[in-house]
Ligand binder design. Structure first.
Ligand SMILES: [Zn+2]
Length: 181
């Protein structure tokens, strides 16, 4: 049986593909291209995609991970969080990372690193017990280039306002990508 402790990247990839489809749909809708899947073994438990990132006043609570969390908590009998894996196309920010830890999730996989606002490298050992004792397992880089490609499309779009000319935009556009096959 696959548990979060034994799960291999090969097992995560199909779920990441689903998260990338959610990110592609967000991009097509003019949103920041992030998708998130919460999975228990081979079953998808809940999903989320970024919304409210377009326009002059983006809402910084409608992140893909928070929306997947809200769908998870709306289930009648969700599987225990510690048995699930959170799979996001972008490294979770500090808000999402904190919400996931408080909610009991302990395994988080992501595709593309967030060089500007990623929260998963936070030094939990200096924080209060709820965080210090969480000991999450972080699995980076699953399908990284597919996610990076979506962010490059987003930031190359002249209509993009969200995080335009930010460190994340500059970092993203400076990343080399192999030709699409
Ligand atoms: Zn977030």
């Amino acid at each position: 049986m696959n548990t979060p402790e034994t799960v291999a990247p090969e097992w995560i990839r199909p779920h990441m593909d689903t998260a990338l489809c959610l990110a592609e749909a967000a991009l097509a809708a003019g949103e920041f291209p992030v998708g998130c899947v919460i999975a228990c073994q081979d079953q998808i438990v809940s999903t989320g995609a970024r919304t409210s990132s377009s326009g002059q006043h983006p809402n910084e609570t409608d992140h893909a991970e928070i929306r997947a969390l809200q769908e998870y908590f709306a289930l009648d009998a969700p599987p225990p969080a510690e048995t699930c894996i959170v799979i996001s196309t972008l490294e979770p920010c500090l808000m999402c990372f904190g919400a996931l830890l408080i909610s009991g999730f302990r395994t988080i996989a992501y595709a593309y690193e967030d060089a500007m606002g990623g929260g998963t490298s936070a030094n939990l050992s200096v924080l209060p017990p709820l965080y210090r004792n969480a000991c999450p397992r972080i699995i980076p880089g699953i399908r990284r280039n597919r996610s990076l490609r979506l962010f490059q499309q987003f930031f190359r779009n002249p209509e993009t306002i969200y995080w335009k000319n930010s460190l994340l935009s500059q970092y993203t556009l400076s990343q080399a990508l192999p030709p699409e096959v």
